[in-house]
Design a protein around this ligand. Structure first.
Ligand code: UD2
Length: 313
C-alpha cells in the first residue's frame, strides 16, 4: 500500500465513531466507510473538520462499490466494524445477515489480500460463545453460538484467519462483550441496556428490568474498546489473533439500577418484567489475552459505569 491510511468500516456508528477519534489521536490518516443506515453524521461531529479524515458513503453489500473503495484507498490496515448489529434481526432476516455479516468479510479479506493490506481488525462478539460454558469465557473454549448473528461472527473470524494463513492480511478478531458509552442509540427494543436506562433516567421514567435483575454482564467502555481496536490495528506482529475485549468483572443489572437511582433520587422504583427468552444469566470474559498481546486493560466497570452515568444523566 502506498499510504499509511487506516480504513474504518461502520465509521459513523456508535463504536466506529470512537475508533475514528482514537486513530486521529495517534496521528493516522483515516478513511471512514458507512452506508448511514444506522450510523449518523452527528456521531462524527468531533472529527468531521479534521483534514486527515474523509468519508465514503458506501454500502458493503454492494460488493462492486466496496471493492472499488478498497482499491482506491489502498489502506495499510482496516478496522471492520460495519455490521447488522441486532441479534434478533439477524434471525428475522438471515439473508441480510449473510450479506453484511459474512459476505462483506469475504470481499474485504480477498480484496485486502490482493492489495497487500498489512492488517485487518474485525469486530467479533461474545455471542460466538453462546450459553454453554460456566465461568469466565476464554478464547480457547469451543464456540457455540445460539443464533445467526453469533454464527456469522464466528464464520467471519474463520474467513479472516484462513485468508491470513494463505498469505493475506494478518487479522485480529476482537470479541466485544457488552459495550456502553456516549452515542449508543437507545431507540430500538434491542438497544444496549445502558443506553436504554440512561434514556429512561433522563426522562424521569422507571427503569425496566427483564427478569429478576440478578443477571450479569461484562460491561466495557466504548473508549476502551476503541483503544483495543487501534492497538490491534497498529501492532507490527503478523499473527492471527482472537481476543476478548472485556473487563473480566461481572456487574448485575440490579446494581446498575441502584447506581442510577442514586444519581436520580426522584426516579420511580424499577419495574420488573418477564425475562427475555434465551437471556443469558451470567456473562463474563477472561481479559488476559488482550492484556498479554497489547497491554490492553479496560477500566474497572464500576468506575467506568459511574463516570459514564454521571456524565450522561
Ligand atoms: C449482548 C449484545 C449482543 C450480543 C450478545 C451476546 C448489546 C447491545 N448486545 O446482548 O450484540 O453480542 O450480548 O451474548 O451489547 N435488559 C433489561 N432491560 C432493558 C434492556 C435489557 O433488563 O430495558 C436486560 C436484558 O434482558 C439482558 C441485559 O439487560 O439481560 C443486557 O441486555 P442487552 O440487550 O444490553 O445485551 P445482551 O447481553 O442481551
Amino acid at each position: 500500500p502506498s499510504t499509511d491510511t487506516v480504513l474504518v468500516t461502520g465509521c459513523a456508528g456508535f463504536i466506529g465513531s470512537h475508533v475514528v477519534e482514537e486513530l486521529l489521536r495517534s496521528h493516522n490518516a483515516v478513511v471512514g466507510v458507512d452506508n448511514f443506515s444506522t450510523g449518523r453524521m452527528e456521531n462524527l461531529a468531533n472529527v468531521i473538520e479534521d483534514s486527515r479524515f474523509s468519508i465514503q458513503r458506501t454500502d458493503l453489500t454492494d460488493t462492486v462499490a466496496f471493492r472499488r473503495v478498497l482499491e482506491q484507498v489502498r489502506p495499510s490496515a482496516i478496522i471492520h466494524l460495519a455490521a447488522l448489529v441486532s441479534v434478533p434481526q439477524a434471525d428475522r432476516d438471515p439473508d441480510y445477515n449473510f450479506r453484511i455479516n459474512i459476505e462483506a468479510t469475504h470481499v474485504l479479506a480477498e480484496t485486502a489480500a490482493k492489495l497487500g493490506v498489512r492488517r485487518i481488525v474485525m469486530a467479533s462478539s461474545a455471542a460466538v460463545y453462546g450459553d454453554a460454558h460456566q465461568g469466565a469465557l476464554h478464547e480457547d473454549l469451543m464456540p457455540c453460538p445460539l443464533g445467526r448473528y453469533g454464527a456469522a461472527k464466528l464464520i467471519s473470524e474463520q474467513i479472516l484467519a484462513v485468508a491470513a494463513r494463505v498469505g493475506g492480511a494478518s487479522a485480529s478478531c476482537l470479541r466485544f462483550f457488552n459495550v456502553f458509552g456516549p452515542r449508543q442509540d437507545p431507540s430500538s427494543p434491542y438497544s444496549g441496556v445502558l443506553s436504554k436506562f440512561v434514556d429512561l433516567g433522563r426522562q424521569g421514567k422507571a427503569l425496566t428490568i427483564f427478569g429478576d435483575g440478578e443477571q450479569t454482564r461484562d460491561f466495557v467502555a466504548v473508549r476502551d474498546v476503541a483503544r483495543a481496536c487501534v492497538a490491534a490495528a497498529l501492532e507490527s506482529e503478523a499473527r492471527v489473533e482472537i481476543a476478548n475485549v472485556c473487563t473480566g468483572a461481572e456487574v448485575s443489572l440490579n446494581s446498575i439500577a441502584t447506581m442510577i437511582q442514586r444519581l436520580v433520587p426522584d426516579l420511580p422504583a424499577p419495574v420488573y418484567l418477564p425475562a427475555r427468552e434465551n437471556d443469558i444469566k451470567r456473562s463474563c470474559g477472561n481479559p488476559d489475552r488482550a492484556r498479554t498481546w497489547w497491554g490492553f486493560e479496560a477500566k474497572a466497570p464500576e468506575k467506568a459505569l459511574q463516570d459514564f452515568l454521571v456524565g450522561a444523566l
